[in-house]
Ligand binder design. Structure first.
Ligand code: IVH
Length: 664
């Protein structure tokens, strides 16, 4: 029958496309095309419910809610791992293996990121997913088959013939971005946000209603099987490859390591990339690669002798909130900063952490004296996640928000529609200092030798109070500062000399005008071509520029109509500061009016170089494929951005084509 044939065909095709997307990260069709096929299948299945296949992707929407979770016994226990915290512990592990086996391990190790999600077991019978469960206590877990079925990266049927019974084990996790989006949605709907991606993944899987799970951005990596006899593999590294060929995503950062030195190297690699990965990992799992050796080594109590987890130093910890400092930012924004009892996070001692803004303090209901959870992620400033309410003694006191600026005593203002309270005084010393630091920083003119510390010193010594002072600094005074001397004074003065003729866009960005970053500054330069024209532009003219919105336009007009700003710019001009335009006038450059997104890895250019090239040729950079985007440059392993771009009909360029384009 025609319908039966088409249903079978669509089921097979859609499952194949899901594999290409989730496992190979190499989709053949766009998301839109996938949806079209999916809808076609859905319609046919509605008309012929009996013909729907057991592994139809339409089952992923989630079935009826459960009353409670049933228990499932794991046929073989799901073991836990011994933890190690140093290189020494890894060498100790290798020595213990050698002692136990009476010979060193010469066949290597599999070193795998320790994924920070939830361990699950997926049982496939005759190639079909039959049961999925949590790890539980290792012996008995909860039946979450209906929930796991909604996770698109988990195949409902195996792609290749495999054993009658196969127990695939792995981690369900949530990517950092999906987690952030989920939390935004939670907060917007007045629901409590999740503390971290692992909790969000666990909470999503333990939903009695699988249709809720289906809405959550869950992912999966396989890393093992229950009964090894069910596979044709003789090594863990082979097993990982095998799992991929039968339909499971595996972590791309798994590595085969010949010896323990290589294992330690891989650990260091993972530790340095951990914050750049799209998902959280909390260490590395090291496994003896040869399965036969694993068998000889066996299990002691609940953990195998053949594996160890090398944990990363903690990035979360608890400490006491002693007080709150209110800092004044460059544009006057008041940022509450938590003063904490020092706590070690990921090797660094943390005693201050951002509280973001006043609304956050209220939302988290923080009080002085609270035990608090703090976390540090990548270069991100440490933050206070939440108070540990259970530990409250009742003696905690509320945080009192200032009404006057802690630096200049001006009355603070808080626009209704903004989360931020600010100091309106442009001469506020705190703002001046921050502004100076910004002017000299990488985001500004990148003046060598004038990092934050040195600028603070010059400011505190009264040598530089505003930008104009930089250009009239007295060499003698600088040279005599503590920690300086002839050499450093000369170096800084030479760097300042260079900063007399900065590129116009850099200069605009360095001024630190609210809502005007690198991108807008470049747009202003290529549209107006001179500082005078930018300063004289009214809101209407500014709004003509694609990429300059209401807020930015208003901010520019406010800024340049301020008398003090005019006086400062005048002084700069008189001391010979004269921004230069590398750019031709608007519209003359190859990328004028274009907005580009880069995705995947580039082979010839670094991201920063690519960005600079775009800017230099009059274009703008965006980070995601929005309506404004005109071109997408796709490097190696481009992912979802590329498919999105295809779907939206954007111009797609290879790195070569991009280089050709700007070469004219
Ligand atoms: S193997 C004996 N491999 O770590 C083997 N576990 O204590 C035990 N985990 O919660 C598991 N990434 O979910 C293995 N590549 C990986 C892993 C991994 C994360 C988690 C696992 C479990 C814990 C084991």
């Amino acid at each position: 029958m025609e319908a039966a044939r088409r249903i079978a065909e669509l089921t097979r095709e859609l499952n194949e496309h899901a594999y290409r997307y989730y496992v190979l990260d190499d989709p053949l069709i766009s998301d839109g095309e996938y949806d079209r096929l999916f809808q076609e299948l859905l319609k046919l299945e509605e008309a012929y419910p009996n013909l729907a296949a057991a592994d139809s992707p339409t089952r992923r929407v989630g079935g009826a809610p459960l009353d409670k979770f049933a228990q499932v016994e794991h046929r073989l226990p799901m073991l836990s791992l011994e933890n190690g915290f140093s290189d020494q512990d890894l060498r100790g592990f290798s020595l213990r293996l050698e002692r136990f086996l009476n010979e060193p391990v010469t066949t290597g190790f599999s070193a795998e990121p320790k994924l920070d999600g939830l361990a699950v077991e997926l049982v496939y019978q005759q190639g079909r997913l039959s049961t999925g469960s949590t790890r539980g206590d290792g012996l008995v877990g909860e039946d979450i088959s209906a929930q796991l079925q909604t996770v698109k990266a988990i195949p409902l049927s195996l792609l290749q013939d495999a054993a009658e019974l196969l127990e695939v084990r792995g981690e369900v996790y949530m990517e950092k971005q999906g987690f952030a989006e989920l939390n935004n949605g939670q907060v917007a709907r007045g629901l409590p946000p999740f503390a971290n991606p692992r909790n969000a993944a666990a909470g999503s899987l333990r939903q009695l209603d699988p249709s809720v799970t289906a809405q959550r951005p869950l992912k999966f990596f396989a890393y093992g099987v229950g009964d090894l006899q069910a596979t044709p593999c003789s090594r863990q590294s082979e097993l990982l490859d095998y799992l991929r060929t039968i339909g499971f995503p595996t972590c791309p950062h798994n590595a085969f390591c010949r010896d323990i030195d290589a294992v330690i190297n891989h650990y260091n690699r993972l530790a340095s990339m951990r914050h750049d990965l799209p998902y959280e990992i909390d260490g590395m799992v090291v496994k003896v690669d040869e399965l036969q050796l694993q068998g000889r080594l066996g299990v002691k109590s609940r953990a195998p002798r053949w594996a160890i987890a090398r944990k990363f130093p903690a990035t979360q910890g608890t400490t006491i909130l002693r007080g709150v400092d209110f800092q004044v930012g460059r544009t006057g924004a008041i940022t509450p900063v938590a003063l904490l009892d020092p706590v070690n996070l990921d090797g660094a001692t943390v005693s201050r952490a951002t509280l973001h803004n006043q609304d956050e303090i209220a939302r988290k209901d923080l009080r002085i004296g609270d035990a608090v959870l703090v976390q540090r992620a990548g270069d991100v400033i440490p933050e206070v996640v939440k108070p540990i309410v259970d530990k409250r003694a009742g003696t905690e006191t509320p945080i009192i928000l200032p009404t006057r600026c802690p630096a200049c005593d001006s009355e603070l203002v808080k626009p209704e529609d903004e989360a931020v309270t600010r100091c309106p005084n442009m001469q506020c010393p705190a703002q001046l200092l921050r502004g100076l630091v910004h002017y000299c920083s990488k985001a500004g003119l990148d003046i060598e030798g004038l990092g934050k510390r040195n600028v603070e010193q010059l400011f505190e010594e009264g040598i530089v109070r505003e930008i104009g002072d930089l250009y009239t600094m007295d060499r003698e005074a600088v040279k005599n500062l503590e920690g300086w001397g002839d050499k450093s004074a000369d170096k800084v003065l030479a760097a300042i000399e260079q900063a007399r003729t900065p590129p116009l866009a850099d200069f605009i960005a360095a001024l630190g005008i609210r809502f005007i970053g690198e991108n807008s500054a470049a747009l202003l330069e290529s549209h107006f071509g001179s500082l005078e024209k930018i300063a004289a532009a009214d809101a209407e003219e500014l709004l003509e520029i694609d990429g300059i919105g209401d807020q930015a336009a208003r901010s520019l007009v406010d800024y340049f109509s301020n008398e003090r700003v005019a006086a400062m710019l005048d002084r700069l001009r008189r001391s010979g500061v004269s921004p230069v335009t590398a750019h031709k006038a608007a519209g003359d450059l190859v990328l004028s009016g274009a907005t580009l997104v880069f995705t995947g890895s580039l082979s010839k250019l670094s991201r920063d170089e690519a960005k600079k090239l775009v800017k230099d040729h009059g274009g703008t950079i965006a980070s995601s494929v929005t309506q404004k985007v005109t071109h997408v440059v796709a490097g190696e392993k481009a992912g979802s951005k590329l498919s999105k771009a295809r779907e939206a009909g954007k111009t797609i360029l290879t790195e070569e084509e991009f280089l050709d384009l700007i070469a004219g």
